[in-house]
Design a protein around this ligand. Structure first.
Ligand code: FES
Length: 193
């Protein structure tokens, strides 16, 4: 209610004090927290799903280094012939008397690219002279081990398959006809010491 006071003949009216009431809408605040929690859970689930997909999906496409390269059996070098280089896959296809092996084309010393030298029937590294057999076995030079190998799976005409073992040794063909060669350049086995 308004009150009045006299001051030198003037009447000053005081307006009634108004109470400012700040209403806190408790249910709305609760809802807001629910939204925050909901958004956090959705975000967390999104991150988990993205993480699962990241690990589940292949990181490299077929036919690019890091992924799998597939060839017809017709591309298999003749046993005992010079290994065949595949620069895009950074490996050599080598069909030795012991079987087939995919050799990583990078020298195990300091990373140069050994070349196949027909006249010497071996790989020779141009940088510091390391030498390797047709199946990548170390012969001489500063390289600490033989050439590394990529895990390979051969599919034969009878429907059977054979894969590189844990040592990376050549896969025996046992007189079978190879119809497909699958070289996994994302799966490297260190060459023998
Ligand atoms: Fe091949 Fe040094 S990089 S011998």
């Amino acid at each position: 209610m308004a009150t009045a006071t006299k001051q030198q003949g003037a009447v000053i009216k005081h307006a009634p004090k108004q109470q400012v009431v700040v209403e806190v809408d408790a249910p709305s605040r609760r809802e807001f927290l629910y939204y925050i929690w909901g958004a956090s859970i959705v975000l967390l689930l999104g991150e988990v799903t993205a993480g699962i997909l990241w690990f589940a999906l292949p990181r490299f496409k077929e036919g690019e280094f890091g992924g799998t390269f597939r060839f017809s059996g017709n591309d298999l070098p003749i046993a005992g012939s010079a290994p065949v280089n595949l620069p895009s896959g950074r490996f050599w296809m080598s069909n030795t008397n012991e079987g087939y092996v995919s050799l990583y084309a990078v020298c195990t010393h300091l990373g140069c690219l050994p070349k196949w030298v027909d006249t010497n029937d071996r790989f020779e590294c141009p940088c510091h002279g390391s030498k390797f057999e047709e199946d990548g076995i170390y012969i001489e030079g500063p390289a600490p081990r033989g050439m590394d190998r990529f895990v390979t799976t051969l599919t034969f005409s009878d429907g059977t398959t054979a894969s590189t073992d844990s040592d990376g040794s050549p896969i025996p063909l046992n007189g079978k006809t190879v119809v497909e060669i699958a070289v996994d350049t994302g799966n490297r086995i260190l060459g023998p010491v």
